[in-house]
Design a protein around this ligand. Structure first.
Ligand SMILES: [Zn+2]
Length: 422
């Protein structure tokens, strides 16, 4: 990691703070939360501000047909070599915080600012990105922008996704003057980027508990999601004696505890029942039907599959013992993503060279980097989240931690833009 220019390129924590505040004002609500749901006015405003920043740094912005914003730093020595891409996203969940996504975009802007002012001329260009619609809150699917770039999603199918009001994504894009007919053009090819690097807040408590200041992500967990319909019989709660009941909700309660027990027993896997809907949901009726939503995650595909199988077995056993019917539906079964070990090494060495206490870890949350890893070598840095709180107005990361992470990001960008990923 010896690069003579590194010491000449310190990041500016004051400038990072000002930029973070600038984005935190967009979609700011009186209760202190940030509301930049994908493709709403505040989300677009944030992207306009980003484009303004890119222009003032001399990075001519480019917006693709889905609204992903790119800006390339001019002046690479070798225009034949593919650029190093850095960034994250600017959309938020409803009632979100000011750091999820924004921290990574602001870090990328700071890297560009330092390189523009004081950086050496590098072999490869550096490009900034803010991916559109990273959060699943509006259209029920996460990492839409980066997944289109990486070729994960079918553009035709993406256009048919609907929000809670029934508006399709195709209609939304058309209304915003984007180009749904050209959505296929968003996709990039392997080799178009030398690497993708993303800084993000941790959204968990691993860093805080371990006393580390930085996480270098080795793998990103992916969910297997099940919906289980449990059917019993809706009966009068007064007139039906206990032995004659087929109570779907009591069965569901056993399932919930079984999922927790199986998740606790397995190492490196988390299992959650996060959704429950009971019918008819009335005081005087034995519940006849229950729907459960189960989310199982791991970075180890084998263990995740074992847990999913154990959960399904247990559900069948509980249903049989209680004379209920249970029908599991696998909603999604995504493969965990391993980030490029060479990029992990570069990031880890960069942290060590700066004396930033770093730890290798898995990310339990999904990110744009997980999509980009299909396209090019990808790496991620996680900065601590106070008390692990995220998707909430209480979300907090101290600026010095973001600055330390941005410094490591900058050093890694200098290295990769000069030497590539080897
Ligand atoms: Zn995020």
């Amino acid at each position: 990691m010896s690069h003579p220019s590194i010491d000449l390129a310190p990041v500016d924590a004051g400038r990072l703070r000002v930029e973070l505040q600038a984005f935190a004002r967009i979609g700011y609500s009186a209760d202190g939360s940030i509301n930049r749901l994908a493709f709403t006015r505040p989300d677009l405003r944030a992207r306009q501000v980003l484009m303004h920043r890119l222009r003032s740094l001399g990075l001519a912005p480019r917006v693709d047909a889905f609204g992903n914003v790119f800006g390339r730093l001019p002046g690479a020595r070798d225009p034949e070599l593919s650029p190093v891409l850095i960034g994250s996203h600017l959309d938020t969940v409803p009632g979100g915080g000011r750091f999820d996504g924004s921290a990574g975009v602001v870090a990328a802007l700071e890297v560009a600012a330092v390189l523009r002012e004081r950086g050496p001329v590098l072999g490869r260009a550096v490009e900034i990105v803010s991916f559109a619609c990273e959060e699943s809150s509006r259209f029920g699917r996460a990492t839409l922008g980066s997944g289109l770039v990486a070729g994960t999603w079918d553009p035709g199918e993406v256009l048919t996704l609907r929000d809670a009001r029934g508006v399709t994504l195709g209609q939304v894009l058309a209304r915003l003057g984007l180009n749904p007919d050209r959505l296929a053009d968003v996709r990039r090819n392997p080799g178009d980027y030398t690497a993708y690097l993303e800084l993000h807040i941790e959204q968990g408590r691993v860093l805080e508990e371990s006393g580390s200041r930085l996480g270098v992500v080795e793998a990103i967990a992916a969910p297997t999601r099940l919906r289980v319909d449990i059917a019993g019989r809706a009966d009068h709660s007064g007139a039906t004696p206990m032995p004659l009941r087929r109570d779907a909700l009591a069965g569901a309660a056993e399932v919930i505890l079984a999922v927790e027990r199986i998740g606790r027993r397995a190492s490196g896997v988390v299992a959650t029942v996060g959704v429950i809907r009971a019918e008819p949901n009335a005081m005087n009726v034995v519940p006849g039907r229950v729907e459960l939503g189960i989310d199982i995650r791991s970075t180890d595909p084998t263990r995740k599959a074992e847990v999913a199988a154990a959960v399904q077995q247990e559900i069948a056993a509980i249903a049989q013992a209680r004379s209920l019917q249970s029908i599991p539906h696998v909603l999604s079964d995504e493969a965990p993503v391993t980030l490029d070990p060479r990029v992990v090494d570069v990031l880890e060495r960069a942290a060590a060279a700066r004396g930033v206490p770093a730890v290798r870890m898995a990310s339990g949350a999904g990110h744009d980097a997980m999509q980009m890893a299909r396209l090019c070598p990808a790496g991620m840095l996680l900065v601590p989240s106070r008390a692990g709180i995220s998707h909430n107005r209480e979300e907090w990361t101290p600026v010095p931690d973001i600055a330390a992470g941005t410094q490591v990001l900058l050093d890694a960008v200098l290295h990769v833009a000069e030497h590539g990923v080897r």
